[in-house]
Design a protein around this ligand. Structure first.
Ligand SMILES: [Zn+2]
Length: 194
């Protein structure tokens, strides 16, 4: 028992999780980590300066092109579209005024940077405006579309509530912790905290 607890503590500290933060507990909104956790890197860049005097309003989930992107919580798809900065992107509306954005999705044909991929290489089957989706469902694939073109592939992930962008970083950290630790270890951790 103690050894297993220590194992959890070591894993968490290696991942930079200690002290455990549970920013979500207060508002009750829990995310499923929205990308293949094992190959995704991210840091807190909320508010960082961007071109044209803009501020960074999301978290960049760095991963190789075509890494799987997942729906972060149950909801309804509200946009499957593209824009100059965001590139190809999807938004999902959840209960209680929550919304998630998944930007810079793949727009390239295999082994090219042509920006001309058909949309079935951008979003997964079943992802269309009005579709009901569930947490963890395959949403699409990582890319470098929009102003990520020429840079490193990543998903620019945003979290909004009632139309206002919130820093998704603490939610993502919490979600990553749950994604990487097997369920039986969760129980042990919970027992330990209690
Ligand atoms: Zn970004």
């Amino acid at each position: 028992m103690l050894i297993r607890l220590l194992t959890v503590a070591v894993v968490l500290s290696v991942l930079g999780f200690l002290p455990a933060s549970s920013a979500n507990a207060a508002d009750g909104f829990e995310l499923t980590f929205p990308q293949e956790a094992e190959v995704t890197g991210f840091s807190n860049s909320w508010g960082a300066a961007r071109s044209g005097g803009r501020r960074h309003r999301g978290t960049d989930l760095m991963a190789p092109k075509m890494t799987e992107v997942y729906v972060a919580a149950d909801g309804v798809v509200t946009r499957v579209t593209s824009s100059g900065r965001a590139g190809r992107y999807v938004t999902v509306t959840h209960a209680d005024g929550w919304e998630t954005y998944y930007m810079h999705l793949n727009n390239d044909n295999p082994n090219t940077n042509d920006g001309r991929a058909p949309w079935f290489l951008t979003v997964a089957p079943g992802i269309y405006v009005g579709a009901e989706v569930v947490a963890g469902q395959l949403l699409g694939w990582v890319g470098d579309s929009g102003n990520a073109e020429g840079g490193s592939a990543h998903t620019h992930f945003e979290l909004h509530r009632h139309g206002r962008a919130l820093n998704p970083y603490p939610y993502l950290r919490d979600a990553l912790e749950r994604a990487l630790i097997p369920p039986e270890e969760h129980t042990i951790t919970a027992a330990y905290i209690r």
